[in-house]
Design a protein around this ligand. Structure first.
Ligand SMILES: *[C@@H]1O[C@H](CO)[C@@H](O)[C@H](O)[C@H]1NC(C)=O
Length: 414
């Protein structure tokens, strides 16, 4: 309704009732993505103040026209096209974009430890975004109850109280070259993406190798790990275990990464190039593709089978110890605005980041010595989301953890 009203309001502009054609806008500031990249702008805050001032004037024709220019620049920078047949028209997208802008600017001007940006998703409805990315984790009912009970009760870890002993105070598996390149999920198979990070990293660490760092060369096939719901429905006895994991872990989500770890252990993971990611298209487990790679050259988790659960909600040191060994997969609440717009810094938004567990990612490092101690997390929303595809999440003490990330015990291989 709001959309409709605002669109009507914009109609005169769209219909070209401005008699004077505006001079060609100067896109030089906006045509590059970096102009929308707030990583370096947060401190200066110039952009945020400028946008806040513009938003104040959005009810005036000049203010609105200026904002439209900014929108055009943003759309250009992100390669957006709005074909006329699309469900939402360009003017609708502009309205959504204005809403995001307001939110992002107010988040950035508040004194948070993280900052937000107008990313690729800034013109989408929340439902559109959510549909694509969240919901790939279906928690056990127990975890839901825990989540409800835990509401708002997460606080920063007291590092001094942790018994770290000889554990490193800081680990960064990305910098060490042990983490594969950030991928982009196309279905609700975040769990398979996170599992692939964990499997490949564990292999690289154990064998003193570098992980694949470009998507093409990415070693572990996610498709092989992702069960196809539709095929499974047709074949009550799954034709094979992952394309291959079966109904418990499919492109519609899962409850545990152990299915992926098991499959990788049983068959051995083959490279993505051999067994490409197919957008979760219904297909049987392609044993033919798997057998192209000699068994000895497939990647297998060193431990078998299943995964090792880490009691992070009662023992944060146990999670630190696990990540010090190798990256770890975990479930979190990610369908919220803080997560959606995140651009950099350490995410700390206990109120908005307290939904149910709906997304799986991999912890690929931590830093207990940073001003705000954090977990370094690799997401599967592509490298243009967040900080080069990754996010730092505040390291909290025992309890549900930031974004409820300790609720389901994180799962490790090593
Ligand atoms: C917590 O985890 C650490 C590291 O694994 C372990 O040494 C310690 O005994 C655990 N503490 C408790 C109370 O279980």
């Amino acid at each position: 309704m709001k959309l409709l009203l605002l669109s009507l309001f914009l109609l005169p502009l769209a219909a070209g009732q401005q008699p004077e054609p505006k001079p060609e806008p100067d896109y030089s500031d906006y045509s590059k993505r970096v102009a929308w990249d707030l990583h370096s702008l947060k401190r200066a805050d110039q952009w945020n103040r400028e946008m806040a001032a513009l938003l104040e004037k959005k009810d005036t024709p000049e203010g609105l026209a200026e904002l439209r220019l900014r929108f055009d620049g943003w759309a250009k920078a992100w390669g957006k096209v709005y074909p006329p047949m699309f469900r939402l028209q360009r003017s609708d997208r502009f309205i959504l974009w204005l809403d995001r802008l307001k939110q992002v600017v107010s988040e950035n001007l508040a004194d948070f430890s993280y900052w937000s940006e107008m990313n690729f998703y800034a013109d989408r409805t929340y439902a559109e975004f959510d549909e694509e990315f969240d919901g790939g984790f279906n928690p056990e009912p127990d975890a839901m109850v825990l989540a409800a009970a835990a509401t708002g009760r997460t606080t920063p870890v007291n590092v001094a109280s942790l018994k770290l002993g000889r554990l490193p105070r800081k680990v960064d598996w990305v910098a060490a070259g042990k983490v594969p390149a950030v991928r982009r999920q196309e279905e609700l198979d975040c769990w398979a993406h996170a599992a692939a990070v964990v499997i490949e990293s564990a292999w690289a660490i154990r064998n003193n190798k570098k992980a694949s760092t470009t998507v093409k060369a990415a070693r572990v096939s996610v498709q092989q790990l992702t069960g196809s719901q539709r095929v499974v429905a047709k074949h009550p006895a799954p034709p094979c275990l992952a394309d291959c994991t079966g109904p418990a872990a499919s492109c519609a989500g899962t409850r545990s990464m152990k299915y992926a770890f098991d499959i990788s252990y049983q068959m051995g993971s083959v490279p993505e190039r051999t067994y490409p990611y197919k957008d979760c298209a219904p297909q049987r487990c392609q044993r033919g593709l798997v057998s192209k790679v000699p068994s000895a050259r497939r990647i297998r988790p060193p431990r078998a089978p299943g995964s090792r659960s880490i009691p992070a909600s009662t023992n944060v040191t146990a999670l630190i110890a696990a990540v010090a060994r190798a990256p770890v997969a975990f479930a979190a609440c990610a369908s919220n605005e803080a997560f959606r717009d995140y651009a950099g810094g350490v995410l700390a938004a206990p109120k908005v980041c307290n939904c149910q567990l709906d997304h799986v990612m991999a912890i690929v490092g931590y830093n207990t010595k940073a001003p705000v101690p954090y977990w370094l997390v690799q997401n599967s929303r592509g490298p243009s989301w967040g900080a080069a595809g990754r996010i730092k999440i505040r390291m909290d003490g025992a309890g549900p953890g930031m974004c409820n990330m300790y609720l389901m015990p994180p799962e490790a291989l090593l």
